[in-house]
Design a protein around this ligand. Structure first.
Ligand SMILES: *[C@@H]1O[C@H](CO)[C@@H](O)[C@H](O)[C@H]1NC(C)=O
Ligand SMILES: *[C@@H]1O[C@H](CO)[C@@H](O)[C@H](O)[C@H]1NC(C)=O
Ligand SMILES: *[C@@H]1O[C@H](CO)[C@@H](O)[C@H](O)[C@H]1NC(C)=O
Ligand SMILES: *[C@@H]1O[C@H](CO)[C@@H](O)[C@H](O)[C@H]1NC(C)=O
Ligand SMILES: [Zn+2]
Length: 643
C-alpha cells in the first residue's frame, strides 16, 4: 500500500491472487456452463455416500488431495489475472473471466464436500488440525452459490465495473491522464488549487456515474449469495472470511478512538498550513479540509505535501527524491531485496526477476495498481507495479516485497494455509520493514541522504530535535493521516451491505463519514448523481479495506517487537533492524506459520500480545504529539460536523 496505500494489496483468503483479484477471487461460485451440471451430479453422488465423509482419516486424505489441486487451481487463476492486468485487452479479459469461473466451479464443488466433513466432525479428535483446515477452507469461500446464472452475472458485472475503473482517464490539450502515473503525479506535486480541482473532479466524473449502477447490482448479488451461505450480508461474510474476530466493528471503533486525539492535532496543524498556502479560498479554520489539497487523490495519505507543512523548513528535511533520480527501477528493487536478505530472509527468485512487471511498459495498457502475487508454483512469485523514482515508490516496493517474503516463508504449508495469519498481517510485513528503511540513519548508510555535517556549535542539539520533529511529521502524514480513511471505507461498505444506506444516499453518506472521521469536505458541490466511492480502486474492485487499518496499527507493534529482538535501545522511531538476524528470525517464526494458527497466536509469537493495540504507535509519535499540542495552542482542534 501502500504505504503508498495505493498499492494496497488484496489477499483473498484462499485464492491468494493478490490484488489481482477479480471478484471471483471472492465469489467463487458455480458457473453456468453445461459441463458443470455433470460435475455437480458427480459431487452429489459423492455426497450421498455418507460414509465417505465421516472419518477423520478420509478427511485427511481428502485434504491432502484438495491442497494439491488448490495449488493448481490458484496457479491457473493467478496466471490469467496477471496476464490480464499486465496486458489489458478484451481477449485477456475474457480469458481471465473464464479462469475465474472455472475456479468458482472447482471451489463450489469442494466446499460442498468440506462442509459435509465438517458436519460429521464431532467424532474427530478435539482441536484436530483437520477441522481447522476444513473450516478455513469453507470460511474462505463465503460467496459460493448453487445458482449458476447468478454466479455468472456476478462475475460479469464485477468485471465490467473494473473496466470502468481501469479505462477511466481525462484528456486536456491533447494529452491523456490516467490515474497512474499522470493524475497521481498532479495530485502529489501540483500546488495549483484549480489544477488540483480539475484532476480531483475529473477523475470522479469519469468513474462515478458509470460505476454506480454496476456497483449497486454487485452489492445486491453479493448479499444474495452471502445469505444463501448463512451470513446476514456480504459485509459479515467479509469480516468472517478475513479475520478470526468476534467483534471487529467495535474493536475498530475503539482503536480509532485511541488515536483520534493525535489525528485531530495533525489535522488542525495541516489545515492551518493549507490556509496559509491557499489564502482567499475560504478554508474554514474550524471546519473540514477540502479533500483535493492533501497530495493524494483520496486524501488518504498526506506525505506528498510535506513541502507545505514541514515544521522546521530551515532544517533540512529528509528527502530522497533527488538522489533517487539516478536510480533504475531494478536498483530500487535490489535495495529492498538487500534489506530482507540482511536480516536473513530469502532473495527474490529468478522467476521473480524474469516475470515481474516493475515499470510501466510503453507498448500496452496495464493496470498499474501495485500488487504481489503468489502463483503457487515453485519459485513463482511476482510483483506488478509502475515504479517511479520517488520515496513513495520505494515504500511501495518494500511493501509489495513484504508480501513476497510472506509467500516464500509459508510456501511449505498446505495450500489452505498459504495465507496470512489474517489479511492485516500480510499488509503489515513490508511496511514494518519500511519503518526501519526510512530512518535517517539507514538512508544515510544507503547513500540516499547526504552524510551529516559534523556537529559544531551549541545549536546542534536543538537542530537534532527539529530534525526529529520533521521526520516524525513526514511519517505521521503517511501513517496517522491514513487511519480514519482506513476505517471509513469499510465502515461505509458495512452500512451499504446491511442496507442501512440505500443507493440514493450512497454519496451523501460517504461524505458524512469522510467528514466525521477524516474531517474532509468535498471541494465542490456533490449530488446524488455523483458516486465518489467508486473513484477508489478497492471500492470498484470490491476488495475489503479494513485490513489496512489493522495493518497500520499492527506494524508498529511488529516494529517494536523486532527492535527489541535486535537489541535496540532508545526511541522507537530511531530503530533500524538492518542486518539483525535475531529480528529476522523472529519475523520468520511469524511468517512461516501462514494461516495455520489463529492470528492471536501468531501475534503472540512475535509481540507477546494477543491483540491489536495502539501503545506502540502512540509511543512512536509521542514527541510529535507533544509538539503538535504546543503548535496548536491557539488553534481550534477538531472540526464542525455539519455546514
Ligand atoms: C497481449 O495480449 C495479446 C492478446 O490479447 C497478445 O496478442 C499480445 O502478444 C500480448 N502482448 C504482450 C506484450 O504480451
Ligand atoms: C496546450 O498546449 C500548447 C502547446 O503545447 C500550449 O502552448 C498551451 O499553453 C497548452 N494549453 C493548456 C491549457 O495547457
Ligand atoms: C524533495 O525534493 C524534490 C526534488 O528534489 C522536490 O521537488 C520536493 O519539493 C522536495 N520535498 C520537500 C519536502 O522538500
Ligand atoms: C530468467 O532469465 C535468465 C536470462 O534470460 C535465464 O537464464 C533464466 O533461466 C531465467 N529463469 C527462469 C526461472 O525463467
Ligand atoms: Zn499490500
Amino acid at each position: 500500500m501502500v504505504t503508498q496505500t495505493r498499492s494496497l494489496l488484496m489477499s483473498s483468503r484462499l485464492v491468494k491472487i493478490f490484488l489481482v483479484v477479480s471478484l471471483v477471487a471472492m465469489t467463487r461460485s458455480v458457473a453456468a456452463d453445461d459441463s458443470i451440471d455433470a460435475f455437480l451430479e458427480e459431487v452429489k453422488e459423492l455426497v450421498s455416500r455418507e460414509t465417505e465423509f465421516t472419518s477423520e482419516t478420509d478427511a485427511k486424505e481428502w485434504l491432502a488431495r484438495t491442497n494439491v489441486a488448490l495449488a493448481e487451481q490458484n496457479n491457473k487463476a493467478a496466471t490469467a489475472s496477471f496476464n490480464y492486468a499486465t496486458n489489458i485487452t478484451n481477449e485477456n479479459r475474457q480469458k481471465q473471466v473464464a479462469a475465474a469461473l472455472a475456479m468458482n466451479r472447482w471451489s463450489n464443488a469442494h466446499v460442498i464436500q468440506a462442509k459435509k466433513y465438517l458436519s460429521n466432525s464431532n467424532n474427530f479428535a478435539p482441536g484436530s488440525d483437520v477441522i481447522r483446515q476444513l473450516k478455513i477452507f469453507v470460511q474462505g469461500e463465503p460467496f459460493v452459490s448453487k445458482d449458476a446464472a447468478l454466479s455468472r452475472k456476478l462475475e460479469e458485472t464485477s468485471s465490467k465495473l473494473q473496466v470502468v475503473y481501469t479505462d477511466a482517464h481525462l484528456t486536456k490539450n491533447g494529452k491523456t491522464y490516467y490515474i497512474e502515473p499522470e493524475l497521481t503525479e498532479i495530485m502529489s506535486t501540483s500546488r495549483d488549487y484549480d489544477e488540483l480541482l480539475w484532476a480531483w473532479l475529473g477523475w470522479r466524473d469519469a468513474i462515478g456515474p458509470r460505476a454506480k449502477p454496476l456497483f449497486t447490482e454487485v452489492v445486491t448479488m453479493l448479499n444474495l449469495v452471502s445469505r444463501q451461505n448463512g451470513f446476514s450480508d456480504a459485509g459479515e461474510a467479509w469480516r468472517v472470511s478475513n479475520y478470526e474476530f468476534d467483534n471487529i466493528e467495535s474493536t475498530t471503533h475503539d482503536l480509532y478512538e485511541e488515536v483520534r486525539p493525535l489525528y485531530e492535532q495533525l489535522h488542525a496543524y495541516v489545515r492551518r498550513k493549507l490556509i496559509q498556502k491557499y489564502p482567499g479560498r475560504g478554508i474554514d479554520p474550524s471546519g473540514g479540509i477540502p479533500a483535493h489539497l492533501l497530495g493524494n487523490m483520496w486524501g488518504q495519505q498526506w506525505d506528498s505535501i510535506m513541502d507545505v507543512v514541514t515544521p522546521y523548513p530551515l532544517v533540512a528535511a529528509d528527502n530522497v527524491t533527488g538522489p533517487l533520480q539516478s536510480y533504475t527501477a531494478k536498483r530500487m528493487f535490489k535495495m529492498a531485496e538487500d534489506f530482507f536478505k540482511s536480516i536473513g530472509l530469502d532473495p527474490m527468485t529468478s522467476t521473480f526477476w524474469n516475470k515481474s512487471m516493475i515499470e510501466k511498459p510503453r507498448d500496452r495498457h496495464v493496470d498499474c495498481h501495485g500488487s504481489a502475487t503468489d502463483f503457487f508454483k515453485e519459485g513463482d512469485y511476482r510483483i506488478k507495479m509502475c515504479s517511479v523514482r520517488t520515496g513513495e515508490s520505494l515504500n511501495t516496493i518494500h511493501h509489495e516485497m513484504g508480501h513476497i517474503q510472506y509467500f516464500m516463508q509459508y510456501h511449505r504449508q498446505p495450500s489452505i494455509y498459504r495465507t496470512g495469519a489474517n489479511a492485516a498481517f500480510h499488509e503489515a510485513v513490508g511496511d514494518t520493514i519500511t519503518l526501519s528503511v526510512k530512518t535517517p540513519g539507514h538512508l544515510r548508510a544507503m547513500g540516499l541522504l547526504k552524510t551529516e555535517k559534523p556537529k559544531g556549535d551549541s545549536g546542534s542539539e536543538n537542530d537534532e530535535y527539529k530534525k526529529d520533529i520533521n521526520f516524525l511529521m513526514k511519517i505521521a502524514l503517511e501513517k496517522i493521516a491514513f487511519l480514519p480513511f482506513g476505517y471509513m471505507i469499510d465502515r461505509w461498505r458495512w452500512e451499504v451491505f446491511r442496507g442501512q444506506v440505500t443507493p440514493e444516499n450512497y454519496n451523501r453518506r460517504w461524505w458524512e463519514l469522510r467528514r466525521l472521521y477524516q474531517g474532509l469536505i468535498p471541494p465542490a458541490r456533490r449530488t446524488q448523481n455523483d458516486f465518489d466511492p467508486a473513484a477508489k480502486f478497492h471500492v470498484s474492485y470490491f476488495i475489503p479495506y479494513i485490513r489496512y487499518f489493522f495493518s497500520f496499527i499492527g506494524q508498529f507493534q511488529f516494529h517494536e517487537a523486532l527492535c527489541k529482538a535486535a537489541g535496540h535501545t532508545g526511541p522507537l522511531q530511531k530503530c533500524d533492524i538492518y542486518r539483525s538476524k535475531k529480528a529476522g528470525d523472529l519475523l520468520k517464526s511469524l511468517l512461516s506459520l501462514g494461516g495455520s494458527k489463529p492470528w492471536p497466536e501468531s501475534m503472540e509469537v512475535i509481540t507477546g500480545q494477543r491483540k491489536f493495540k495502539t501503545d506502540a504507535i502512540l509511543e512512536y509519535f509521542k514527541p510529535l504529539h507533544d509538539w503538535l499540542k504546543r503548535a496548536n495552542a491557539q488553534e481550534h482542534v477538531g472540526w464542525k460536523n455539519h455546514h
